[in-house]
Write a protein that binds this ligand. Structure first.
Ligand code: PEP
Ligand code: MG
Length: 274
């Protein structure tokens, strides 16, 4: 996941098309011939921007953020999409672009139309709002791929502010309900034949990554330092074992019970490093 917010933070106005093109080109150059999944600007809530967000919005996490604000500022989104597309063409990158905070299939369809109109070949939706997860088959009908954002999906599933450390128990990625809703979305992905990935923090955990595989998630995005342990974990388990772990989590009634059930099924070599 290439989060593009870095281009927009700490500014009092949006970066120009030319500025964006220069920066995206520099960032994509090392990925020539490979795939890059970029997320368009996710402003609002935990990532407010002075030139886009209303500082007096009473409940920003439930208000104007992600695709909601981009729909109101279509020229800004169009510029970003054009800059991403031109940077990919210039560097030989296979560009996939997705929208944050999609809540409905019609939002996904709107984004798909716009991104295709500027020439982007792979257009997707992030699934991080429970309504979008429940409607994942229709969301996928409206675009090319989807990616589960477990950070926000947890926040909205449990009505628990992700910035509030006092709510960490609700935001625990071992919550069985998070995996129930993940499974619903991943099943929709499998039925549609379209790719569904995961890009929240959860899948950078060597055990939670196994659950994602067990649910049928096909690609995992994580911070670079997490890769070796997740890779080691995946290499030591079959898909059938991952599915068994997921079943155990879906049957659990708490994060503690879920974690315990998975630990009992983990390969002994992995237990030594956890
Ligand atoms: C997420 O919500 O899981 C996600 C990947 O995006 P961010 O953390 O940037 O909101
Ligand atoms: Mg998010």
């Amino acid at each position: 996941l290439f989060r593009t917010e870095f281009m927009f933070l700490d500014r009092d106005q949006a970066p120009s098309f030319d500025d964006q093109l220069a920066d995206y080109t520099e960032m994509m150059r090392p990925f020539a011939g490979r795939k890059v999944v970029a997320r368009v600007l996710d402003a609002g809530a935990d990532k407010p921007l002075p030139f886009l967000n209303d500082a007096d919005e009473p409940n920003p996490a439930l208000g104007m953020r992600g695709i909601r604000i981009l729909r109101e500022r279509e020229p800004l989104l169009r510029d970003q999409l054009r800059a991403l597309h031109e940077a990919a063409e210039a560097t030989g990158v296979e560009l996939w672009v997705m929208a944050p905070m999609v809540s409905t299939p019609s939002e996904a369809a709107w984004f798909y139309e716009l991104a295709h109109s500027v020439g982007i070949p792979h257009v997707g939706a992030m699934i991080e709002v429970p309504g979008a997860a429940l409607q994942a088959s229709h969301v996928l009908d409206a675009c090319d791929f989807a990616s589960l954002g477990t950070n926000d999906l947890s926040q909205y599933l449990f009505a628990a502010d992700r910035l509030n450390g006092g709510l960490a128990d609700l935001l625990d990625a071992w919550q069985p309900a998070l995996w129930q809703i993940t499974k619903i979305a991943a099943d929709a992905g499998a039925a549609s034949g379209k790719p569904i990935g995961m890009c929240g923090e959860a899948c950078g955990d060597p055990l939670l990554a196994l659950l994602a595989v067990g649910a049928g998630v096909q690609s995992l995005s994580m911070a670079l330092p997490r890769v070796p342990l997740v890779r080691a974990s995946l290499a030591r388990h079959t898909v059938a074992e991952c599915e068994e772990m997921l079943e155990a989590v879906l049957a659990a009634n708490s994060p503690t019970a879920a974690r315990r059930a998975v630990h009992s099924l983990v390969h002994p070599e992995l237990k030594q490093v956890l």
